[in-house]
Design a protein around this ligand. Structure first.
Ligand SMILES: [Zn+2]
Length: 132
């Protein structure tokens, strides 16, 4: 499988150097990108605790390194600006096994943090996450 992504979009946005996306999630993203047939813009990947707090992320956000599991980040926000694109991506990633989604008017959050509760909307909210 071709790797469509550089390292940069997954790195923590505050410049701390954290860049530890779960390779399994990266593989799913690549498969999704392949099916989608168009570039996927990553709004947010890994977050350190400081940055997660700064953007109002949940305490147990899948963007944080999973300290009790593998110390990898298991969440990713994909930029979406239309309902149709969001629905297409939701279907693609659902077919690829993703079961945790969060929707906003600017992104689709996906994660493979299977140890976190589902559905994500009942357990996770994001406030003021900066969009790029
Ligand atoms: Zn950081």
């Amino acid at each position: 499988m071709k790797d469509y992504f550089s390292e940069e979009p997954f790195a923590c946005r505050d410049g701390c150097g954290l860049n530890a996306l779960d390779p399994a999630l990266r593989s799913i993203l690549n498969q999704g990108r392949e099916k989608f047939g168009r570039p996927l813009v990553i709004n947010c990947g890994c977050r350190c605790k400081k940055y997660n707090a700064a953007v109002g992320g949940a305490d147990h956000s899948a963007h944080l390194p999973a300290e009790k599991v593998d110390n990898l980040c298991h969440g990713c926000d994909i930029k979406v600006l239309s309902d149709i694109t969001r629905a297409i991506l939701h279907k693609i990633f659902c077919d690829l096994g993703i079961r945790r989604f969060e929707v906003s008017n600017k992104h689709l959050h996906i994660d493979n943090a299977t140890w976190l509760p589902r559905p994500i909307l009942a357990s996770v909210t994001f406030k003021g996450v900066p969009e790029t």
